[in-house]
Design a protein around this ligand. Structure first.
Ligand code: SAM
Length: 187
């Protein structure tokens, strides 16, 4: 939750550019946020859990890139962001927490500017080749909300919202199995 090769890979795939406004949705303790802040983009780290936001803010105090990050209270289904204000948005290991993927898809469509890019990645802990397969099986058994993520169903909801070049499927990210959805907001 502090550093992760998957978060680093996701940021590398999204390639935030200097001056862009990008969103790390469900930023948690900020592994992707801290990596992305090095790009010169401004990172909006959105998370609904006060504890996570508190840890991330404390972590940022020690970071020379803290001026490039804003931590915000929000969730996929209700983003605290203006319409068409975002150049790129990604999320790592949060889609299984979303309470409504349909609402989230509508929110992504609202906030991402025309031509803006979206990358949703949930590591596939149900794949026995995942290094944390056993550990996560026990955690899932006790979790209160841990939705099954069907990448093709998520992709279909993004298409319904008008996103283009939408692809959803199972891929390797940083050498780990993952459920991945890519999309671009229509121009
Ligand atoms: C497994 S952690 C992943 C955190 C971080 N992205 C990472 O890779 O370390 C899941 C995060 O999703 C957040 N979350 C829960 N429900 C959410 C929602 N509806 N929308 C966005 N994020 C959510 C949690 O607060 C938590 O920080």
């Amino acid at each position: 939750m502090w550093r992760s090769p998957v978060s680093d890979a996701v940021v590398a795939l999204v390639r935030p550019q200097p001056g862009e406004r990008v969103v790390d949705l469900g930023a948690g303790m900020g592994p992707a946020t801290l990596t992305a802040a090095r790009s010169g983009a401004h990172v909006l780290a959105v998370d609904p859990t006060p504890f996570m936001r508190r840890i991330l803010k404390l972590r940022l105090l020690a970071s020379p890139r803290r001026g490039h990050v804003t931590v915000l209270d929000g969730a996929a289904e209700s983003l605290p962001l203006d319409a068409a204000s975002i150049d790129a948005l990604w999320t790592v290991n949060t889609v299984h927490h979303w309470t409504s993927v349909a609402k989230a898809a509508a929110e992504l469509r609202r906030v991402v500017r025309p031509g803006g890019r979206v990358l949703l990645v949930d590591e596939d802990f149900e794949d026995p080749t995942h290094p944390f397969f056993e550990q996560m099986r026990q955690r899932r058994a006790h979790a209160s909300h841990f939705a099954e993520v069907d990448p093709q169903a998520v992709a279909a909801l993004l298409r319904e919202q008008g996103f283009v070049d939408v692809v959803g499927g199972f891929e390797q990210v940083a050498g780990r199995p993952a459920r991945v959805i890519r999309a671009t907001a229509p121009r």
